[in-house]
Design a protein around this ligand. Structure first.
Ligand SMILES: Nc1nc2c(ncn2[C@@H]2O[C@H](COP(=O)(O)OP(=O)(O)OP(=O)(O)O)[C@@H](O)[C@H]2O)c(=O)[nH]1
Ligand SMILES: [Mg+2]
Length: 234
């Protein structure tokens, strides 16, 4: 079918720009995370709690994607860090071009941690590299244990699954152990943290994971700068 080569071309152009973004993030020692989930799983809530709890000296910036409204950016701006809304106007995922465009007014040297909230969707965002260091999938306990089996691509590509809304476990027929087993069927060895953005339970595990990834991003950044000829335009 003629649709296939066109899709490939769009994806390969995206991959090229994403690779340039990744090189820039490494060069500036930025850890970039791409948060993906179904609508309403709690991505913005997780970011709100993260911004509240991160050490004050962390230089964090947030890009948040939605099809319409600035609601999530308005929520996240309350924490006082730089936040930009990306309104896609209908597109069901963010792409590398949108990230590049919305980063243009920020000095990358002023950022240590770039958090990207993707458009709520478990399918389309999994195909688009944004130059992130890691994808993080958020699953909430109201969605069913079988979601990793139904939407395997995003669970396979994500390095961490955040299982959110565990405060609701007593009230919903959701077996967290089965959900985690399903995630690891698709992605053996996948890291998982259970959290509640409402009660704060488990958030220390999530913050510790970010801190570990930040340390390794800094090591990669130093190796990148030391490597001869590795400097891309930034
Ligand atoms: N009980 C409970 N509710 C939560 C938790 N986390 C988020 N919520 C609620 O879930 C709803 C959706 O949360 P959001 O953070 O807006 O979800 P989102 O993934 O950002 O949604 P989209 O951006 O629309 O895809 C809100 O009403 C939150 O208050 C949690 O841990 N426990
Ligand atoms: Mg949101």
């Amino acid at each position: 079918m003629e649709r296939v080569p066109l899709e490939r071309k769009v994806l390969s152009e995206n991959d090229k720009l994403a690779a340039e973004l990744r090189a820039r993030f490494h060069q500036h020692g930025i850890l970039c995370l791409n948060l993906i989930s179904s609508p309403g799983s709690g991505k913005t809530s997780l970011l709100e709690r993260t911004l509240e709890k991160l050490p004050r000296q962390t230089r964090v910036a947030v890009l948040t994607g939605d099809i319409q409204t600035e609601n999530d950016a308005d929520r996240l701006k309350r924490a006082g860090f730089p936040v930009k809304q990306i309104t896609t106007g209908g597109t069901c995922h963010l792409d590398a071009r949108m990230i590049d465009k919305h980063l243009a007014e920020w000095r990358l040297d002023d950022i240590d941690l770039l958090l990207i909230e993707n458009v709520g969707n478990l399918v389309c965002p999994s195909s688009y590299d944004l130059g992130e260091e890691a994808k993080v999938v958020v699953l909430s306990v109201t969605e069913g244990e079988d979601k990793p089996l139904k939407y395997p691509s995003i669970f396979f590509k994500s390095e961490l699954m955040v299982l959110n809304k565990v405060d609701l476990l007593p009230y919903v027929p959701f077996d967290a152990t089965v959900a985690e087993e399903n995630a690891r069927k698709v992605h053996p060895g996948m890291e998982i943290v259970r959290v509640s953005c409402t009660t704060g339970e488990g958030l220390d595990g999530w913050l510790a994971w970010i801190e570990r990834r930040r340390r390794s991003a800094l090591t990669v950044g130093k190796a990148f700068v030391a490597a001869p000829g590795a400097e891309p335009g930034s």
